[in-house]
Ligand binder design. Structure first.
Ligand code: A3P
Length: 338
């Protein structure tokens, strides 16, 4: 029996909604969800209960993260480890088809999709590819054979209460790097279409006027479960520092064993120098569909600490204060900051 979605979904306050108009590509506007006030689009209203009621299977593998935290990288790692290093399939089937992004429909407003369809009306193949963004992915997920691979940026509390019956890999990243990365994505994706400068974007981010914020609440929900046998908590910075070590953690978590040589090959496959040009994962196809403008790629620099090039002194001080305040009541620590 499907349960009603247990959290309140409310409109933003008028002054918040006014600010968030800077996400000019988002046609329907935003909502706040539940006691923590997670910011999602109006489209979430249509899928909230379905996501909450999605029947979890023991064989499901979830990758959960705040956006721009290395999700795609982690997905490819997890998928290959779980699928006996099947590079042939990994290279021939798009990661978006191997991993279902369960709330993706809330990001693509029907009006935007109708406009894009109109542009592509003479291209049957592209129209079909675009169709994947408009149809409820949830029905497909519910009917998909096991094992299913699921991506989400939703916090754990908005997923099924049984989500930890499945295997969940959570990946976190220094919010300063995540926000720089998100800024470039929101500028270059037609659905977000952020038209302000980075400083404005940053202010919105730390004031929880942003997709999937509040950021630290998102992380803390997963961090609290880090000792649960079905949750593996990873950091982007650890992946950067010692990828093979983190790969081994994923292998252990998913009950897989590979030789040192196999792990070395996997690390090479996952290295940004290859990853960026891997058409199966780099989402370059979104540009062809009109979902992204051509100027910036989905896979960008892949660095830790690159935020320093984008923050002025005032923002650096703000970030330090904001992070300190939010980490005060938790033992969550970013490994690279210890
Ligand atoms: P940057 O924009 O800082 O380069 P997500 O997949 O969650 O959207 O995260 C995207 C971020 O992860 C981008 O960060 C992207 O470049 C980075 N990334 C993707 N693949 C990577 C890889 N193989 N190695 C390092 N970083 C990677």
């Amino acid at each position: 029996m499907a349960k009603p979605f247990p959290f309140q979904i409310r409109n933003l306050k008028p002054h918040e909604a006014e600010k968030m108009k800077a996400f000019s590509g988002e046609r329907g506007g935003f909502v706040r969800v539940g006691p923590k006030g997670y910011v999602l689009t109006q489209g979430f209203r249509d899928i909230a209960a379905e996501i909450y009621n999605l029947v979890v299977r023991l064989s499901d593998v979830y990758v959960v993260s705040y956006a721009r935290s290395g999700t795609t990288w982690t997905q490819e790692l997890v998928w290959l480890v779980a699928n006996n290093l099947d590079y042939e399939t990994a290279k021939s089937v798009l990661l978006t088809d191997r991993f279902s992004f369960i709330e993706s429909t809330m990001l693509f407003h029907p009006k935007l999709l109708a406009e894009l369809e109109e542009r592509l009306k003479n291209n049957e193949v592209k129209l079909k590819q675009l169709g994947a963004f408009s149809h409820s992915i949830l029905r497909k997920v519910a009917a998909a054979p096991s094992p299913r691979f699921i991506k989400t940026h939703l916090p754990l509390s908005l997923l099924s209460p049984k989500v930890l019956d499945a295997k969940v890999v959570y990946v976190a990243r220094d919010p300063r790097d995540a926000t720089v990365s998100f800024y470039y994505l929101c500028r270059s994706s037609r659905n977000a279409g952020f038209d302000g400068d980075f400083k404005t974007f940053w202010h919105y981010f730390i004031n929880d006027l942003h997709y999937w914020t509040p950021f630290f609440e998102h992380l803390k929900e997963a961090w609290e479960k880090r000792h649960h046998p079905n949750l593996l908590f990873l950091f982007y910075e650890d992946l950067k520092k010692d990828l093979s070590h983190e790969v081994r953690k994923v292998c252990k978590f998913l009950g897989k064993q590979y030789t040192d040589d196999q792990i070395a090959v996997l690390c090479d496959h996952l290295d940004i120098k290859n990853f960026k040009y891997n058409a199966s994962v780099n989402n370059e196809i979104w540009k062809e569909l009109g979902l992204m403008f051509p100027k910036e790629g989905f896979i960008r620099k892949g660095k830790s600490g690159g935020w320093r090039d984008y923050f002025d002194e005032e923002m650096t001080a703000q970030a330090a204060k904001w992070m300190e305040e939010n980490l005060r009541d938790t033992d969550l620590r970013f490994p690279h900051l210890q």
